[in-house]
Design a protein around this ligand. Structure first.
Ligand code: WT7
Length: 660
């Protein structure tokens, strides 16, 4: 029902492209797959014989001990395991084995600082040394296998080192994006009862040269009883208060740490990390990923989708605070012995040419970024990219939200010079790795389509009643029929919520929360979320979380938050707010509300528009009809759909006339 009503709206702005681009011959000749026939053959095999296929792919990982059974699963109980009983260590796979194989003096990590004068290169030898010291530092602070370590940092090399150090000793890392507020950090630390926090004195990003990371953390730490120690990296040298007995400088800990640290032997199903993502209730979900399947899937996808060849310079611009950074800056590329880049800054500092300058400077071959960044850069004109030599680029990628034709075409012609394939990769925090994507040299691409499923992935479209929509030219809810190795295993501490969120809406299937269309060629077109999640600049935000935050303002009675299309950010946040009786509507109330949200969640969650209203459109059972609000916010007022089921249809009129 919900979906049917939304369909018209989705159609409205999903303008199907007529353009298509064949893989060029040069790419084809050198690609690992290189022809649609070969893709079809491997895909069919991966579907007919998933255990055989994944057992073969698992060979790219070094195991201390092999598995008994490849998989075990029951979506009706939300139970999934891969390679159970097998033993491995993720850090060993990303670092040690490359050194043992004689590649120790090859570059592992290129770090580009916020200012282009600041650069660091770490070889696999360097990484092995640093990671062992960091791992022993964590051990010295009392961290043991299974303990949770929260990491709250900006994009500096120590962030990558901290992840790998946790993996090495079997500690479960929980990275909290560095722009999150102290309150968001607090709830995430408390939810998984982290024992140690790793942070930095201050951060540097764009024109901001003193982002108070440690100060924010101190604010948080007043209310996080589980944290025993805090490890602080010195990035800026800003004056920093260190609490005796609790806070330890990273460099001092490293100096006194033992230089040798054996990697812990982990089961394939031991947790590797937790990463929080927004959901349909106010409380973020601790998405838990385990070790074996995650490593197999991220390395396999990185290998085929980025078609990575030894020595190539690979740059994913995501922040490690998000899943993209976990899977495609750290674990996938490093398992494949790639040269992976990390960038501390922002695309518009010191000017809009920064990305292109970095590509020229480091001769980047593979570039993976977000549509929101492309839109922002495209707006500034072609002269920025034209100033730089981008000939090193071979392959381009996008992730995070649907990419529309204008920015796809700009990426293709201005950045890729019509030479580079674009892989539009669809996936989620929950999926751990890329699920639907073109393959370079294989797939004929169409702007805006993520095209075909990766090996082993069996997507289905179902209508709102759960009926499977067979054949092509259909549109429905995107579900997965069976697991893949890097599917999340649980919501930390709340398995019921895992089941309820992903497996209850369509019994026996994993529900992605996305709407999707399959066209006449069998290509998939993601049409956006069909649940209460809004994607702003590629960041996943839950409406309930923002509404809860707005509700903390003493004058607010009720709030409903929806997304509406935004030129750069993809979506922006529109809040409809009802005040308590007798409270006055003032500009001050508005700015106070914005301030609360910024403080509670972070700047990316701040509503762009706030409309005060006498009432919200509700069904007789009291459920807010967001569809109506969404249409009002998107200025789609002629298309509000059926409002007859509202308890009081008259509220709609004033909502429309008072629209901002
Ligand atoms: C949601 C997941 C996975 C990394 C970043 C986001 C949207 C993601 C695409 C794409 C259209 C996309 C979906 C998805 N999304 N990639 N290529 N085309 N939509 O991770 O924060 O977990 O968000 O991002 O709506 O469900 P996330």
């Amino acid at each position: 029902m919900f979906f049917m009503l939304r369909k018209a709206f989705v159609r409205h702005y999903l303008i199907k492209s007529m353009k298509s681009f064949k893989p060029n011959e040069k790419i084809k000749d050198n690609a690992y797959i290189g022809s649609i026939e070969k893709y079809n053959e491997i895909y069919d095999y991966s579907i007919k014989n998933p255990e055989g296929f994944w057992a073969e792919q698992a060979e790219r990982i070094s195991w201390f001990k092999k598995w008994g059974k490849v998989w075990n699963w029951d979506f009706n109980k939300a139970e999934i395991s891969w390679f159970e009983g097998a033993k491995l260590n993720a850090c060993y796979n990303c670092v040690d084995r490359h050194v043992e194989n004689g590649f120790g003096n090859e570059t592992a990590l290129i770090w580009e600082g916020n200012n282009s004068s600041e650069n660091r290169k770490l070889t696999y030898d360097d990484l092995l040394r640093e990671v062992q010291l960091a791992a022993n530092s964590l051990k010295d602070l009392g961290v043991a296998k299974g303990d949770r370590v929260c990491i709250y940092m900006q994009m500096i090399p120590e962030l990558t080192i901290a992840l790998l150090a946790c993996a090495r000793i079997g500690a479960v890392h929980s990275v909290v994006f560095g722009a999150f507020s102290p309150d968001s950090l607090e709830s995430r630390i408390n939810d998984s009862e982290c024992k140690v926090l790793v942070t930095q004195d201050a951060g540097v990003r764009g024109t901001k040269t003193d982002i108070p990371m440690k100060k924010n953390a101190d604010e948080t730490l007043k209310n996080t009883p589980s944290i025993e120690k805090v490890l602080v990296v010195r990035r800026t040298g800003s004056p920093t208060e260190m609490i005796r007995g609790r806070d330890v400088w990273w460099h001092e800990a490293m100096e006194s740490a033992d230089s040798l640290c054996e990697p812990e032997i982990m089961d394939a199903e031991d947790p590797l990390f937790i990463l929080y993502t927004s959901g349909s209730t106010g409380k973020p979900k601790g998405v838990m990923h385990t070790t074996g399947g995650y490593m197999v899937y991220t390395s396999t996808t990185h290998h085929y989708i980025f078609d990575y060849k030894p020595g190539e310079i690979y740059w994913c611009t995501a922040d490690i605070g998000w899943i993209t950074g976990h899977s495609y800056i750290v674990y996938g590329p490093m398992a494949n012995r790639a040269v992976t880049m990390m960038f501390e800054g922002v695309p518009n500092y010191p000017d809009y040419g920064r990305f292109w300058e970095i590509i020229e400077k480091h001769k980047v071959n593979i570039f993976y970024t977000a549509p929101t960044a492309l839109r922002a850069l495209m707006k500034e004109g072609d002269n920025w990219p034209k100033k730089y030599n981008l000939e090193s680029l071979r392959l381009l990628g996008t992730v995070g939200e649907p990419i529309k034709e204008p920015e796809w075409m700009w990426y293709h012609s201005v950045i890729g010079n019509e030479r580079c394939p674009i892989v539009d990769t669809w996936w989620q925090t929950e999926t751990g790795g890329i699920m639907i994507t073109p393959l370079p040299g294989v797939t004929e691409t169409e702007p805006g389509s993520a095209t075909r499923p990766f090996f082993g992935i069996l997507p289905q479209l179902v209508d709102d009643e759960g009926n499977v929509l067979e054949g092509n030219n259909v549109e429905g809810n995107l579900v997965m029929e069976r697991p893949w190795p890097s599917i999340m295993r649980t919501v930390y501490g709340d398995h019921q919520r895992f089941f309820d969120t992903y497996f209850s809406r369509f019994p026996g299937k994993y529900f992605s929360g996305d709407g999707c269309k399959r066209d006449e060629k069998g290509y998939y077109w993601i049409t956006g979320r069909v649940d209460d999640v809004i994607i702003v600049s590629g960041h996943n935000l839950g409406t309930a979380e923002i509404e809860g935050s707005i509700g903390r303002h003493p004058d607010v009675a009720e709030a409903a938050v929806v997304g509406y299309p935004h030129e750069i950010k993809g979506n922006s946040i529109y809040a409809f707010v009802t005040l308590r009786t007798g409270r006055k509507i003032t500009e001050k109330t508005k700015s106070e509300i914005a301030k609360i949200v910024r403080a509670d969640i972070g700047p990316h969650a701040t509503p762009e528009k706030i409309q005060f209203t006498e009432g919200l459109p509700k069904t007789r059972s009291g459920k807010i009809m967001r569809r109506i609000l969404r249409n009002i916010a998107s200025d789609n007022v002629d298309n509000l759909g059926d409002i007859s089921t509202l308890a009081d249809p008259s509220v709609v009129e004033s909502l429309v006339s008072e629209r901002i």
